[in-house]
Design a protein around this ligand. Structure first.
Ligand SMILES: C[S@@+](CC[C@H](N)C(=O)[O-])C[C@H]1O[C@@H](n2cnc3c(N)ncnc32)[C@H](O)[C@@H]1O
Length: 249
């Protein structure tokens, strides 16, 4: 089954493709969008839920989203048209590392998408090239809440210990690169669990709703394997933090 299609189905009931609830998404956007006339760039935007919310709330805001998933961008475009914000949203189908723009941005987002640049440090470097002076970066990244054991690593798709840091080490790395957290939100265990129940549940429901579809058995197997990896492995070990960052310069 196509990985992007699977991900889209799995996010049916959780449009933000990261473990954050609506209230915390709104709170982070309130802190990140300060004037309302900002230019905003989302590197790895998916269906662009962050941008759509910001555009709907601020009629003077303009935004660009970049993603390699054409289907997600089509969904974003349809939603933007329905919301009446499409004229202020540019959607770019390409690897984030290849995105260039004639202007800089007041706010850059990378939420659950540092893999688009091959990790945290290259993501920070890329964000810096896109940011206007005084701009902000909203970064959502995983971390280990406690030392991962074998079951947690295996459950997380065969992750390695060094794929994530603990939270203090992650913050130290940000500061060492010249990025200062001015706000942040650690996803609660309820948000993390809700995300996993939505992900595995939506995929399960799709498989049950389409029993004759050639991908149904695989979708059910993937949902089951993911749920087992989470419940028997990384639940309580994997965490997620979304920080609003500013540079000293
Ligand atoms: C976990 S989702 C997060 C989506 C969105 N930021 C959100 O919070 O809902 C990660 C996104 O990164 C995108 N992605 C992965 N590799 C990419 C790349 N090289 N360039 C651009 N986007 C990429 C995926 O297609 C996916 O939409």
């Amino acid at each position: 089954m196509d990985r992007q299609e699977l991900s889209r189905i799995a996010h049916t009931h959780h449009p933000i493709a990261a473990p954050l609830d609506d209230a915390n998404v709104a709170a982070l956007l309130r802190r990140a969008v300060r004037r309302g006339d900002e230019r905003v760039l989302d590197l790895g935007c998916g269906e662009a839920p962050w941008l759509l919310r910001a555009l709907a709330a601020h009629p003077g805001l303009r935004a660009d989203g970049v993603d390699t998933d054409a289907g997600a961008l089509t969904t974003a475009r349809t939603a933007a048209e329905q919301l009446g914000v499409a004229a202020r949203l540019g959607l770019h189908h390409r690897p984030a590392a290849e995105y260039t723009s004639p202007h800089r941005y007041d706010l850059v987002l990378s939420v659950g998408a540092t893999h688009a640049f091959g990790g945290l440090l290259p993501t920070l470097a890329a964000a810096r090239t896109h940011l206007a002076p005084g701009g902000l970066l909203l970064l959502g990244e995983g971390y280990w809440q406690r030392e991962p054991d074998r079951a947690a690593l295996d459950g997380f798709g065969g992750a390695t210990r060094d794929e994530f840091d603990d939270l203090p080490t992650l913050v130290d790395k940000l500061v060492a690169e010249g990025w200062f957290p001015v706000f942040g939100h650690q996803s609660t265990q309820a948000e993390l669990d809700d995300y996993e129940w939505c992900w595995t549940g939506s995929l399960t429901e799709w498989a049950l709703d389409h029993p004759t579809h050639p991908d149904a058995a695989e979708a059910l197997a993937r949902a089951t394997a993911h749920r087992n990896g989470w419940l028997r492995g990384y639940q309580g070990t994997f965490g997620f933090v979304t920080t609003l960052l500013r540079r000293a310069d």
